[in-house]
Write a protein that binds this ligand. Structure first.
Ligand SMILES: Nc1ncnc2c1ncn2[C@@H]1O[C@H](COP(=O)(O)OP(=O)(O)OP(=O)(O)O)[C@@H](O)[C@H]1O
Length: 379
């Protein structure tokens, strides 16, 4: 028997394309039909990549032609899948944590560039702006937040929340703080493996009573190891801030830091790069800037990597001293240091609002107004 292409097309109109109410001919899923005597070859492209959808489409085509056109037709179905690409940006891994609006990870490729100092000052500046702020010190190699917040001798209490025992973060300067340092002895060297550390950190997030937070800052350990991977994959991190000095060796590591967040397995949007220890100004020569670690290195790196430059923080003796006595320098009022941290914080908030393109406009305006930024136009 000689089959006709028109009959086959008409028959296939009886099969509906999943999802859009059209049949598979109308929807354009059937891309070609060839007939040779009693043999038929049907080319079909579907969007659903699952094995089940592929099998179902094939079986329906076979059955339909046998039933409607010719029961002994020899049919070959060539099936292709054209699945829409899944968007990679703005992807947040892990379940949202009730009450916590934004989780911002602060990282550095290299150790000692001032990541913890920047995180502590960001936290107190956000609190000064009126935000509800939490800070989780995940630096398993050297948790420094208890000292920077003058709470090294405190221990988080267990409280009862809705019948469950929860850890109560320690609060100072308007910032709620939990640190791996609260659970280790000061002189004890702890060797953590990635999954073990991730488990401890998960407990400090999910078994802690953070309450309502606009921002939870994560002070990450230096480097780009498996511990970072464990943290990033288990928490819904909104964005990452990378800290570097302008020095070549620090920049090379900061580049790795940015690449870590951008790799497929992590995919956390990079809010931008901060240049710490950008220059030194001696108190007796306030107009002089000495670029001890080089000039504009982190700014150039940000341009090169096409990520925002969030600002520069000078090398100031007072910043180091304030950290050591447990009162972050940004708490001082009417100083150039306070101003520098305010500008940095506003830029972080602004980038965060940009990144949260799905944030309702009222929320975006509330956040930017609280940070003293002009309302940000979304990209
Ligand atoms: N802008 C600054 N001006 C002066 N001192 C600073 C500045 N930033 C950081 N420091 C000092 O540099 C030292 C290292 O800073 P910090 O501990 O914040 O770095 P880190 O990158 O978090 O280190 P780690 O690798 O241990 O996590 C500290 O003594 C800190 O007080």
């Amino acid at each position: 028997m000689k089959l006709k292409k028109a009959d086959i097309l008409k028959a296939l109109e009886k099969i509906s394309a999943p999802g859009d109410g059209q049949n598979i001919v109308e929807s354009g899923a059937i891309t070609n039909i060839q007939v040779f005597g009693d043999e038929v070859e049907v080319d079909v492209t579907i969007k659903n990549p699952s094995l089940q959808a592929k099998k179902k489409t094939e079986v329906e085509i076979l059955k339909c032609i046998h039933r409607e056109v010719y029961e002994k037709a020899k049919i070959k179905v060539n099936l292709k899948v054209d699945a829409p690409a899944t968007p990679k940006v703005n992807q947040i891994k892990g379940n949202p944590i009730p009450g916590i609006q934004n989780i911002v990870a602060v990282a550095s490729g290299k150790g000692g560039v001032g990541k913890s100092t920047i995180t502590a000052n960001l936290a107190v500046t956000l609190a000064k702006m009126g935000f509800k702020v939490g800070l989780l010190d995940t630096d398993i190699y050297g948790p420094s937040m208890p000292i920077m917040f003058d709470v090294a001798n405190e221990k988080p209490l267990s409280i009862n929340v809705d019948g469950k025992a929860k850890m109560k973060p320690i609060e100072n300067y308007g910032v709620k703080l939990l640190s791996i340092g609260f659970f280790t002895q000061p002189n004890q060297a702890v060797i953590w493996r990635g999954p073990m550390a991730a488990k401890a950190l998960n407990q400090m997030i999910f078994d802690a009573h953070w309450g309502e937070l606009d921002f939870l800052l994560l002070d990450l350990p230096p480097g780009t190891g498996d511990i970072h991977l464990s943290i990033m994959q288990s928490l819904p991190v909104t964005g990452a801030v990378v800290v570097s000095t302008p020095q070549e060796i620090a920049l090379a590591d900061a580049r790795k830091g940015v690449a870590m967040f951008q790799q497929e397995a992590i995919s956390v949007p990079v809010l931008g790069i901060v240049e710490n220890m950008a220059y030194f100004t001696p108190a007796e020569l306030p107009d002089h800037k000495y670029h001890i670690f080089g000039q504009n290195g982190a700014k150039n790196l940000a341009e090169d990597l096409d990520v925002p430059f969030l600002g520069e923080i000078p090398l100031v003796q007072g910043i180091r001293e304030a950290g050591d006595v447990g009162r972050p320098a940004a708490l001082q009022t009417a100083t150039p240091t306070e101003e520098a941290f305010e500008e940095l914080t506003r830029n972080v908030v602004q980038e965060l609002v940009r990144r949260n393109t799905d944030l309702p406009p009222t929320e975006a305006i509330k956040i930017t107004t609280m940070a003293g930024c002009a309302a940000v136009k979304k990209k």
